[in-house]
Write a protein that binds this ligand. Structure first.
Ligand code: PLP
Length: 385
């Protein structure tokens, strides 16, 4: 059956002040920063246009409709019941995590993360005056897993106060299983480590896998965690700067609310989020089919034409993590090769912390024609080596 949504259509993004497309003015194909090249769902665009027509754009509050839409979405898609009073909106997940660390830690405390991981996690911990404890993921038989022995050692350290979990994981693409999350949650509970679960990619999970909100596993995990969510990756709304934190613990919530400045909500972010969570389900299902197709296309292309590069199976997210170590280049060489020879702008593995050397992260949230062009360029560049 033909989809009602046309993800093949390439929308011109150059000249729109796009971070991804307008930071270079050459023919390099941008496949780096995590936004997609697709239009958001029609209902979202219509809702924004209608509100724009009003013409007055003063300070705004979050609507009751938005709170309900968030709760309904999480219930429908992730089988998790949340209370509206637990929800706090922020102008992004990262500003939310920054505020949480202010509540949960004091300078000199330690915070665990699991590299290779989204680079701003490192800086947000350091900017809070805390030390990073890296519980590096294990990579064996082309699959990433958590190192629970090391995690327990780190959680035990006296000043370890929090852990930032990336679930699903950017960049390695893992969708953590219930068992893995339970092991992690139990270790954190036992040692009094609060879990900040960044679930910004939770709606972008491929058919064979299932996202489980960490906080939905049991009451103890719920009370010992804060979940970060946003419509930004799911519906391509990152420029509208709207995310929400689910903070079930009333004390943490009270302190967090006293920290964030009032009047931070954005009119268009709120309007778009409400429309997306209310009407966007079908669009998202079609998007996931399309991304699944992109993922298959990429895997097949690499196997057939570029066996030197191994794609790590993405269980979720539109970011794929590619093992380029067989090319035998150092970090600088790989970076130059991708830009100068393949003419592709991808994220370099080393920027995700230890375990990232020799890998790249490629964003496949684009029309297949762009992906195909990129892979052909990569193939040609490798052929000419
Ligand atoms: C895991 C993760 N967290 C947070 C963000 C950024 O979120 P925001 O723009 O809402 O701060 C990203 C963006 O790529 C991400 O991948």
């Amino acid at each position: 059956m033909k989809s009602d949504f046309n993800f093949d259509r390439a929308v011109e993004r150059r000249g729109t002040n796009s971070v991804k497309w307008d930071m270079r003015d050459d023919d390099v194909i941008p496949m780096w920063v995590a936004d997609m090249d697709f239009e958001s769902p029609r209902e979202v665009r219509d809702a924004i246009v209608e509100r724009a027509r009003h013409g007055v754009y003063g300070y705004t509050i979050e609507s009751a409709g938005l709170l309900k839409a968030v709760g309904d979405w999480v219930g429908r898609r992730h089988n998790w019941t949340i209370e509206q009073e637990w929800i706090a909106f922020t102008p992004g997940v990262m500003p939310g995590i920054r505020g949480l660390l202010q509540v949960l830690t004091r300078p000199g405390d330690k915070v665990i993360l699991q590299s290779p991981v989204y680079p701003p996690f490192f800086s947000v911990i350091r900017d809070s005056g805390c030390h990073v404890l890296n519980n590096q993921l294990k990579y064996e038989h082309s699959r990433y897993t958590m190192d629970f022995v090391d995690l327990e050692e780190k959680a035990k350290e006296p000043r370890t106060k929090a852990l930032i979990l990336c679930s699903p994981h950017n960049p390695v693409g893992r969708v953590w299983t219930r068992d893995e999350l339970t092991m992690l949650g139990n270790i954190c509970l036992e040692h009094g480590v609060v879990m900040i679960s960044d679930e910004i990619h939770s709606d972008l999970v491929y058919k064979e896998y299932k996202h489980i909100p960490l906080a939905s596993i049991c009451d103890e995990f719920r009370e010992n965690s804060i979940t970060c969510m946003a419509p930004s990756k799911t519906f391509n709304l990152a420029g509208l700067k709207t995310a929400c934190l689910v903070i079930p613990d009333s004390e943490v919530r009270r302190e967090f609310r006293s920290l964030i400045l009032p009047k931070q909500a954005t009119i268009f972010g709120g309007i778009a989020a409400e429309a997306a969570y209310t009407w966007g389900g079908k669009w998202l299902d079609a998007l996931l089919d399309y991304l699944q197709g992109n993922r298959q296309f990429l895997t097949g292309y690499l196997k057939e034409n570029i066996p030197q590069i191994e794609g790590v199976e993405a269980e979720g997210t539109y970011l794929v993590w590619l093992d380029c170590r067989k090319l035998g280049m150092d970090n600088e060489g790989l970076e130059r090769f991708m830009l100068d020879k393949a003419r592709l702008w991808v994220n370099q593995g080393y920027s995700f912390g230890s375990g990232g050397d020799g890998f790249i992260r490629m964003n496949i949230g684009c029309p297949r024609s762009i992906l195909e062009k990129a892979l052909m360029r990569l193939h040609g560049a490798i052929y000419n080596l």
